[in-house]
Design a binder for this molecule. Structure first.
Ligand code: KG4
Ligand code: ZN
Length: 390
């Protein structure tokens, strides 16, 4: 009998991950090999190095995931892999491996969109209500999914009909992703890569009202007029995060912060493995109050914009709930503000646990489960799709 055991494989960016998930809900293992230490000296992901690190890690990571779950390859019902979007060379490693494995085992192969994976990370840990274990309703109320990561800031209406999920893209960024803005601003202020976790950890020490940032509404409006049919022009939600990054740069330049930042950058370079959890005090000591205020104000502005526009869209589409996922969904202020607004509006909001917010393979295996039920399998010609849309 089919128990819905799926091995998921993820290699779209800078983590090699494999996980075994049962029935789309229960992660028996979720192994994540991070390449952060490899890329940190370069201040960002180096695609060529990423591909090579994936190639090095993929076999041991899968073996660890299988051993951790205590299942044999023969017990699997399917192999699922991230098809895209992501770095082409990085994706190819996971796709090639998963294809070969599925072929050798004689098991079905399931291709998963990375963004769909992020959305399913929220549903993965949810305990099913008895009614939900039955067949899903034909026309349920849609959910609004905000996927907010280093490469993406997207809003989707997600709907499940007889186990098949469909997604309608109703919002996106017109320039940088929110996580990209976190990373760039952290870099501007001399902090390590990836910057999001540093900003998250340091912002509580700053005064978020110190620097008033406002968003470039004009740019978003211009885009609305020029947008092709892909998004419905009147209804679509547009985010823009490149303007605030420039505003931070301008602030740094006009407030003579450059020397202080250069000193901090140099100090950070001597601690390449620094992590916010372990080294927060040391890094905080490197930060002057003005830098902390700037970080706090930046985070407050970005989070405020995400919350405001997402709830506005939720009202417009009359959704049943909001799902927030992707790396930036790990941010504490973002969780607090979304939770507070949800309580005020009486509309539920859900997040993945911290480990499932950033890239991982459990979310890929979880997203593959409905496809296993509906026999939506990948063909023999499956390849990496770097620019894949959802
Ligand atoms: O989902 P993810 O692991 O990879 C992509 O698909 O992009 O997201 C990584 C992004 C990075 O930009 C990182 O700085 C950001 O998520 N991030 C955070 C936090 N943790 C990760 N941003 C703000 N606060 C955090 N706690
Ligand atoms: Zn991601």
């Amino acid at each position: 009998a089919r128990t819905g055991l799926i091995l998921g494989i993820e290699s779209s960016c800078d983590e090699t991950s494999a996980a075994v998930v049962r029935g789309g809900r229960e992660a028996l293992s979720n192994v994540i090999a991070s390449q952060i230490a490899v890329h940190a000296p370069f201040g960002g992901v180096v695609p060529e190095l990423a591909s090579r690190e994936h190639l090095r890690a993929i076999v041991p990571v899968v073996e660890q995931a299988m051993a951790g779950a205590g299942v044999a390859f023969d017990d699997l019902d399917a192999v699922a892999v991230t098809e895209g979007p992501g770095l082409p060379g990085a994706l190819l490693v996971g796709v090639s491996y998963a294809k070969a494995l599925a072929l050798a085992l004689g098991k079905p192969l399931i291709a998963v969109n990375h963004l769909e994976g992020h959305i399913h990370a929220v549903l993965l840990e949810r305990v099913l209500q008895p009614a939900e274990t039955q067949a899903t309703p034909e026309h349920g109320q849609p959910k609004l999914a905000l996927v907010v990561s280093g490469g993406h800031t997207h809003l989707y209406l997600a709907q499940e009909t007889h186990h098949a999920w469909t997604y309608r893209n109703v919002g996106r960024t017109v320039d940088d992703a929110a996580g990209e803005a976190f990373d760039k601003v952290a870099k501007l202020l001399g902090l390590g890569y990836p910057g999001g976790p540093w900003v998250d950890a340091l912002a509580p020490f700053g005064d978020a009202r110190a620097v008033p940032f406002s968003f470039a509404q004009v740019k978003a409006k211009a885009h609305r007029r020029a947008d092709p049919v892909a998004l419905h022009p009147e209804e679509a939600t547009y985010f823009s995060f490149s303007g605030i990054k420039t505003a931070v740069l301008r602030y740094v330049q006009t407030h003579d912060m450059e020397a202080r930042i250069a000193a901090r950058r140099q100090a950070m370079a001597t601690m390449p493995d620094a992590s916010p959890r372990r080294d927060l005090e040391a890094v905080r000591a490197l930060c002057d109050q003005e830098s902390l205020d700037l970080l706090a104000s930046f985070q407050r502005a970005v989070v405020g914009d995400l919350v405001r526009k997402t709830f506005r869209a939720a009202e417009r589409y009359d959704v049943a709930e909001i799902l927030v996922s992707g790396g930036v969904a790990a941010n504490r202020e973002l969780r607090e503000r979304f939770t507070a607004e949800a309580a005020a509006q009486g509309l539920p909001v859900a997040f993945p646990s911290l480990k499932l917010a950033t890239d991982n393979a459990a979310m890929i295996a979880a997203a593959a489960w409905p496809k296993l039920i509906t026999s939506e399998f990948a063909g023999e010609t499956l390849t990496a799709a770097a620019g894949l849309k959802l």
